[in-house]
Design a protein around this ligand. Structure first.
Ligand code: AP5
Length: 215
């Protein structure tokens, strides 16, 4: 059975940062629903145009298109060794759909690391985040500055600030998280899959704690 890890937490808690560390350590494929949408936005596909209209407001993209996109992605051969899901599921309907799609493939969710941080920390992190254009490597103006300002250390590509990291959009993303996604904490707790992590600790400490539990 494949390892399926679901990273859960509010915007800016460090899901993407942990995924970057853990995918190499655990040899899993990182599947980020946000990155998949941003790829589609960049290529101006129909899905991208639809997703952008929700993402720019900090709202969730409808469940049906999100579920279909993730189902297609995790069925590809590069996911055969296991998957690190980041940003999916985000609603109870998505969590049920994930459970059903994994069952069809003979798999199930292995563990759900839930990374939390107070709202003021999330806001400070998102306002200072810079992301690499080529591969999505994540930086922070204070916590993790690149060696050369504006340039990714890993691949030399340009760093940019996400459109949805504007203050008013961040505020709505946090509201939407509390309303639609936070109920998944209990959903996975009841299933004995949740591990709780303090996302204000340094990234390496959080990843070590996840590794200990996962192994
Ligand atoms: P998505 O791209 O998934 O964004 P998100 O969940 O809001 O999460 P973020 O990527 O903003 O934060 P993160 O937790 O990954 O933090 P990061 O590691 O970057 O979704 C974007 C949009 O797409 C949604 O609003 C929605 O519209 C749509 N969407 C996506 N999935 C969907 C779904 N399933 N259903 C419907 N719609 C969907 O870290 C943030 C910053 O903090 C960085 O600068 C980093 O360097 C820093 N940092 C991280 N960890 C630490 C640490 N431990 N200490 C200090 N600094 C840290």
């Amino acid at each position: 059975m494949r390892k399926i890890i679901v990273l859960l937490g509010p915007p800016g808690a460090g899901k993407g940062t942990q995924a970057e560390i853990l995918r190499d350590q655990l040899k899993l494929t990182h599947v980020s629903s946000g990155d998949l949408f941003r790829e589609n936005v960049g290529k101006q596909t129909e899905l991208g145009k639809l997703a952008k209209s929700y993402m720019d407001r900090g709202e969730l993209v409808p469940d049906d298109v999100t579920i279909a996109m993730v189902k297609d992605r995790i069925s590809r051969p590069d996911c055969d060794n296991g998957v690190l899901l980041d940003g999916f599921p985000r609603t109870a309907a998505q969590a049920d759909a994930l459970c059903a799609m994994l069952e069809d493939l003979g798999d199930k969710v292995s563990v759900v690391p839930y990374i939390s941080a107070p709202a003021e920390v999330l806001i400070e992190r998102l306002s200072g985040r810079w992301t690499c254009r080529a591969a999505g490597h994540i930086y922070h103006i204070k916590n993790k500055p690149p060696r050369v300002p504006g340039i990714c250390d890993e691949d030399g590509s340009e760093l940019y600030q996400r459109d949805d990291d504007k203050a008013e959009t961040v505020a709505n993303r946090i509201r939407v998280y509390l309303d639609k996604t936070a109920p998944l904490i209990d959903y996975y707790k009841q299933r004995g899959l949740l591990i709780e992590l303090d996302g204000t600790l340094p990234p390496e400490t959080v990843s070590q704690q996840i590794m200990t539990k996962v192994e």
